[in-house]
Write a protein that binds this ligand. Structure first.
Ligand code: FES
Length: 110
C-alpha cells in the first residue's frame, strides 16, 4: 500500500495509506485531512490546491492545461502547486509529501 505524507495547516504531519487509483483529494477526505475540494474533482474550483514537496514534483505527470488554468485562481500559488483532485495515486508516488496551503481562495473571499 502506497502512502502520502500530508503537512497540515498547523505544521503537523499526517502519514496516511493511499490506495493506488484514488486522487490525493479522495485520499485526504478518506482520512479527514483538511483539504476542501468544493467541486469534487470536476476542475471547477481551486480549493483542492496543494503544494508538492520539491523532491517529489518530478514524479508527477505534468499538469494539463485545464489544471494550469484553474491553478491560476489558487491563493498562494507556488511553482510546485497542483490540484489535489488531479493527482492520481500510483505506486511511483509512494511516500510523496503534500503540503496544504494556509488558505484557499474560497476562505479568503469569506
Ligand atoms: S476539487 Fe475543484 S478543482 Fe479540484
Amino acid at each position: 500500500m502506497a502512502r502520502v505524507n500530508f503537512i497540515n495547516k498547523d505544521g503537523s504531519i499526517s502519514t496516511v495509506e493511499a490506495p493506488v487509483g484514488l486522487s490525493v483529494l479522495e485520499i485526504a477526505h478518506k482520512h479527514k485531512v483538511d483539504l476542501e475540494g468544493a467541486c469534487e474533482g470536476s476542475l471547477a474550483c481551486s480549493t483542492c490546491h496543494v503544494i508538492i514537496d520539491e523532491k517529489d514534483i518530478k514524479k508527477l505527470d505534468p499538469a494539463k492545461e485545464e489544471e494550469e488554468d484553474m491553478l491560476d485562481f489558487a491563493f498562494g500559488l507556488t511553482k510546485t502547486s497542483r490540484l489535489g483532485c488531479q493527482i492520481i495515486m500510483t505506486e511511483k508516488l509512494d511516500g510523496i509529501t503534500v503540503r496544504l496551503p494556509a488558505a484557499t481562495k474560497n476562505i479568503m473571499l469569506g
